[in-house]
Write a protein that binds this ligand. Structure first.
Ligand code: FES
Length: 352
């Protein structure tokens, strides 16, 4: 049964009601290629003055990119790293990060905007349809591509519009310099700085919470105390750099529970001082289990036995925590008897 027979007449479109379903003409192929609309010339194609204006606009964008790249380098060498500025709506931010981001952003944007404006207004915009063909070009097609390439290069005006070409080459040559100057941050080499910390003979152990020098009586069995070297204050310029190497954790063990002879020799009445910096990738260790004497790093669960030379008993850490040799001075305060005997924290490539 046909659709026409199933549908009541009053529900058919008016055209079908008047002429019957057969009378409605349908296109033979609704998906036929409609072809290209007629080509419309842009104002730059017919007005040389407009083309010149576009050329100057493109050159201006490329020149602006060059200025921004020079600004990037100038900002990198002249803006102090610790200077902050107020920028609405971001608030207080690093002046160096802001100026580097802005200048590099402008440099890259101007190159992109210049290229787009050039292509949209000055390069040929003639539509060139092509039929689908087999993958893999024949020699004739290869020759045609080469010819098209040469013609495209000619039509882009690369040879004729020297102002654009030269400023574009200048912008493209300068912009990689932004990355080159950043290579400076790879240096200088750390030298021996990773092998030494702020600890040395006679430095008092200062409680990091109270900022008071520690006496042996301040460290009780079962407690975990964090300490820093005397004289290292939070407002110091290099505080973060130094505390990242010098932070200590101090626990008191029963001397008879200490299994490692050197650990016992380097302790004071069962008080042992170990680097707080995990030897895996450097997280600060912050958990201590007094029954087992285990210290646990929260990052990847490396576990160290503080009663046995802080050797690794679980987890990815590669070696034991370095111990600091401690004693008591004439005034009864805990003091270091030297620096760590080995580098603290994770292994590094020149550690040997
Ligand atoms: S940093 Fe401590 S276990 Fe990974």
């Amino acid at each position: 049964m046909s659709t026409h027979e199933e549908t009541p007449e009053e529900h058919l479109p008016s055209e079908q009601r008047e002429h019957g379903a057969e009378a409605v003409k349908r296109p033979e192929n609704p998906f036929a290629d409609p072809g290209l609309p007629p080509h419309e010339h842009r104002v730059q194609d017919i007005d040389e003055a407009a083309a010149k204006r576009s050329e100057r606009a493109v050159a201006f964008l490329f020149a602006l990119s060059m200025v921004a790249t020079v600004g990037f380098i100038a900002a990198y060498v002249s803006v102090p790293q610790d200077k902050s500025i107020y920028v609405w709506p971001l608030g207080h931010i690093s002046a160096m990060n802001f100026s580097l981001g802005m200048t590099l952003g402008i440099a890259l944007f101007c190159i992109g905007a210049g290229a787009v404006h050039w292509a949209r207004t000055l390069m040929s915009d003639v539509e060139i349809p092509d039929d689908r063909h087999e993958i893999g070009a024949s020699p004739e097609v290869t020759a045609k591509v080469k010819a098209d390439w040469v013609q495209g290069a000619k039509e882009s005006g690369l040879g004729r519009r020297k102002l654009i070409r030269n400023t574009m080459l200048g912008a493209l040559t300068l912009v990689p310099l932004s990355g080159v100057v950043l290579l400076r941050d790879l240096g200088p080499l750390p030298g021996t700085s990773l092998r030494h910390t702020a600890w040395k003979k006679g430095k008092l152990l200062v409680n990091m919470n109270t900022n008071e020098p520690l006496r042996p009586s301040d460290v009780v069995v079962g407690s975990l105390t964090f300490a820093k070297p005397e004289g290292l204050e939070e407002h110091d310029h290099d505080f973060q750099k130094e505390i990242a190497k010098a932070a200590l954790m101090i626990v008191r063990l029963q001397p008879e529970n200490i299994k490692d002879k050197r650990e016992l020799d380097w302790s004071h009445e069962g008080i042992v001082a170990y680097s707080k910096i995990c030897t895996h990738v450097g997280c600060p260790i912050s958990l201590y289990e007094q029954q087992t004497h285990h210290a646990l790093c929260p990052c990847h669960q490396s576990t160290f036995d503080l009663a046995d030379g802080a050797r690794v008993i679980f987890g990815p850490a590669g070696h034991a925590l370095p111990q600091l040799r401690i004693g008591v001075n004439d005034e009864g305060y805990l003091e270091a008897l030297g620096d760590f005997a080995e580098p603290v924290g994770p292994a590094f490539w020149e550690r040997g």
